[in-house]
Design a protein around this ligand. Structure first.
Ligand SMILES: Cc1cc2nc3c(=O)[nH]c(=O)nc-3n(C[C@H](O)[C@H](O)[C@H](O)COP(=O)(O)OP(=O)(O)OC[C@H]3O[C@@H](n4cnc5c(N)ncnc54)[C@H](O)[C@@H]3O)c2cc1C
Length: 330
C-alpha cells in the first residue's frame, strides 16, 4: 500500500504538492491553520515570473517546468489560468531581457518620447510616455487566485485528498502518527514551525480595483516604486510593495500610493478600490528550502518553503521535485 502523506500548509505550495501525490494514489491529507484565500497565496497577484527568490539557477529550472504545466492548464477554462502578455518596464535605463526569456519569445519594446504604438496596450489606453525608459514583452501564465486556489483544492479532493483547516502545529512531530511522510509547505510559518532564522517576511500589499477598460496585458515595473497592473477575469490587481516586515495590517497610505502610481502610468482616472490585500512573501536568504530530513520521531519530512515572490511561478516544478525526493523513502 502507498504511504500516507500529511501536508502542512494549504497555500499554493501545499495544494500543488497534494495534487501530485494524491493523483499518484498516495493517501494524502492537508492540514493548515488557514486555507485558500486567507493564505499569502490568496493575496498574490499570481503572475508567472521569477521574482524575489533564490538561488537563481534552481529558480529558473523550477519556473520553466511550472510554465509548461500552467500553459497546459490555460486550456482548461475551469482552472483560472490564462496566458497573458506581460510588458515589463524599467524606469532607469535599458532593461536586460533575461536569457531564459528569449526562447519563450521575449522581445524588446520600442518606446519613443511620444505615445509610441509599441507601448500602447490598446487603441484607447496608452502608457504615460515619460515614466519608462525601456521594456520587453513576453507571454506568461496568469493565475486568477480567486479561481485557481479553489481549482487546486477541488482537484486534490477529487483525487482522494482531504483538507483540514484551523489546524495549527507548534512542531511537525505533532502531525498524527498514522502519516508516514510529512511535508512542510508552511510558507512564512516555517519561521516558527521549524525555527528557520533564514526566513524573512517580504511584505506585499495590493489594491483590487474594477476591470480597467481596454487593459488586456499585464504592466509591471520592478524599479522603485514597484508598480504593476494585472487584469483578471472580474477585476484588476494594482500593486505593489515589497519591504521587510511581518505586519499583516493594511496600510491605507500604501493603497493610495499604489492607486495613484498605477493610474499615472496607465493615464486613467483613479478607480475605486474594491479590496486591499496584504501577504508576507516567504523569502529565504539561503534560497528555497526543498530537502529531505528526519523528524525527531524518525519519520521522513520533506521541506518545501521559502519561495519568496515566486510561489506560483515555482509551484509545479517544486512539487515534482518533492515527488522525486519522496521516492524510495523507508
Ligand atoms: C502581494 C503579493 C504578490 C505576489 N505576487 C506573486 C506573483 O505574481 N507570482 C508568484 O509566483 N508569486 C507571487 N507572490 C508570492 C506568493 O504569493 C508566495 O510565494 C506563495 O503564496 C507562497 O505559497 P506557500 O504555499 O508556500 O505559502 P502560503 O500561501 O503562505 O501558505 C502557507 C500555509 O501554511 C500554513 N501554516 C503556516 N504555519 C503553520 C503552522 N504552524 N501550522 C499549521 N499550518 C501552518 C498556513 O496557514 C498556510 O495554509 C506574491 C506575494 C504577495 C504577498
Amino acid at each position: 500500500m502507498k504511504q500516507r502523506v500529511a501536508i502542512v500548509g494549504a497555500g499554493v505550495s501545499g495544494l500543488t504538492c497534494g495534487i501530485v501525490f494524491a493523483e499518484c494514489d498516495f493517501r494524502s491529507a492537508i492540514f493548515a491553520q488557514d486555507i485558500g484565500q486567507r493564505t499569502t497565496s490568496g493575496a498574490a497577484a499570481a503572475l508567472w515570473f521569477p521574482y524575489d527568490a533564490e538561488p537563481v539557477d534552481k529558480v529558473i529550472a523550477w519556473a520553466l517546468q511550472t510554465y509548461q504545466v500552467l500553459l497546459d492548464l490555460s486550456h482548461d477554462p475551469n482552472s483560472g489560468v490564462s496566458m497573458i502578455e506581460l510588458r515589463q518596464f524599467s524606469r532607469t535605463g535599458k532593461i536586460q531581457i533575461p536569457d531564459w526569456a528569449i526562447p519563450l519569445g521575449a522581445h524588446a519594446l520600442v518606446l519613443s518620447s511620444e505615445y509610441a504604438s509599441p507601448a500602447r496596450t490598446e487603441a484607447s489606453l496608452t502608457i504615460c510616455p515619460s515614466v519608462f525608459k525601456s521594456g520587453f514583452t513576453l507571454n506568461v501564465p496568469l493565475m486568477d487566485t480567486t479561481i485557481y486556489l479553489d481549482y487546486l483544492a477541488k482537484r486534490f479532493v477529487a483525487a482522494g485528498g482531504s483538507i483540514h483547516g484551523n489546524m495549527r502545529f507548534e512542531r511537525l512531530e505533532d502531525v498524527g502518527r498514522e502519516f508516514d511522510l510529512v511535508f512542510d509547505c508552511s510558507g512564512i510559518g516555517a519561521k516558527t514551525l521549524v525555527a528557520d532564522v533564514d526566513l524573512e517576511p517580504h511584505r506585499g500589499q495590493v489594491a483590487i480595483v474594477p476591470k480597467i477598460d481596454n487593459l488586456s496585458c499585464a504592466i509591471v515595473c520592478d524599479d522603485a516604486p514597484l508598480m504593476y497592473a494585472i487584469p483578471r477575469t472580474n477585476d484588476c490587481v494594482f500593486g505593489g510593495t515589497n519591504e521587510v516586515s511581518g505586519n499583516c495590517a493594511v496600510d491605507p497610505t500604501s493603497t493610495s500610493r499604489i492607486v495613484a502610481e498605477c493610474s499615472r502610468v496607465l493615464n486613467i482616472d483613479k478607480p475605486r478600490v474594491l479590496d486591499e490585500r496584504v501577504g508576507l512573501r516567504p523569502f529565504r536568504k539561503s534560497g528555497v528550502r526543498l530537502d529531505r530530513g528526519r523528524l525527531r520521531d524518525g519519520r521522513t519530512v520533506l521541506h518545501n518553503y521559502g519561495h519568496g515572490g515566486s510561489g506560483f511561478t515555482l509551484s509545479w516544478g517544486c512539487a515534482n521535485e518533492v515527488f522525486q525526493l519522496a521516492q524510495n523513502v523507508r
